[in-house]
Design a protein around this ligand. Structure first.
Ligand SMILES: Cc1cc2nc3c(=O)[nH]c(=O)nc-3n(C[C@H](O)[C@H](O)[C@H](O)COP(=O)(O)O)c2cc1C
Length: 198
């Protein structure tokens, strides 16, 4: 049996959302769990064209087993017109077998995003990304206001999940909230939710 892990699954075209994913993974590891960083291929405008199975660089593409066997999930996407990117939605739309088998029921799941502008739709993206997690029966995890950085931040970081305003690197508050989110997911994943499974 493989070691338990939190799947940190993201799409990032310019690398910004990836920096949040790495901070969340850091928090997961602080709580004593493995963080499995995985991404998804970009979608093509030519339906028949196929990406190679292994990306040229960076994190591996997420396999169906990576998703089915995780103990918890952090799902991240850049904001695209107030919503998640098509590449991530495409991957999620392919999760019908995991849904039929109830693989994610009772597991903690949460979401993160990055935007180009302050009021460009972080919250709409985060809220809409929660919907497929609810359909999968996951327990939605956000960030509580006991996190002091949530009061201080003048950039990203929301009660709905970590976020980043993409003008420079992560701010200290954004990073602190992403790490806290990873810790929280991992801590919850180590709590037994078997009563909620099926
Ligand atoms: C097609 C497209 C749509 C976008 N829509 C929004 C948007 O609605 N609001 C916003 O603030 N930023 C928007 N952006 C900017 C990205 O969300 C932002 O640059 C993000 O940080 C990129 O993340 P990445 O580096 O992980 O790819 C959009 C970018 C693209 C390419």
């Amino acid at each position: 049996m493989n070691q338990a892990y939190i799947l940190v699954l993201y799409y990032s075209s310019k690398g910004t959302t990836k920096t949040l994913a790495e901070a969340i993974a850091n928090g997961v590891e602080q709580a004593g769990m493995e963080a499995r960083l995985r991404t998804v291929p970009a979608v093509s405008t030519v339906a028949e064209s196929r990406e190679s199975a292994i990306p040229a660089s960076g994190d591996l593409y997420c396999s169906r087993d990576d998703l089915a066997n995780c103990s918890g999930l952090a799902l991240g996407s850049p904001t695209r017109f107030g919503n998640m990117a098509a590449a991530l939605k495409y991957f999620i739309d392919g999760s019908i077998n995991e849904w039929l088998n109830g693989e994610l029921i009772g597991k903690p799941g949460g979401v993160f995003t990055s935007t180009g502008s302050m009021h460009g739709g972080q919250e709409s993206t985060l809220l809409s990304m929660m919907l497929p997690l609810l359909h999968h029966g996951m327990l939605i995890v956000g960030l509580p206001y006991s996190e002091e950085a949530l009061h201080r931040t003048r950039a990203g970081g929301t009660p709905y999940g970590p976020s980043h305003l993409n003008d420079t690197k992560l701010t200290d508050d954004e990073r602190e909230l992403a790490v806290a989110f990873g810790r929280r997911l991992a801590t919850l994943a180590q709590t037994n939710h078997s009563a909620l499974v099926n």
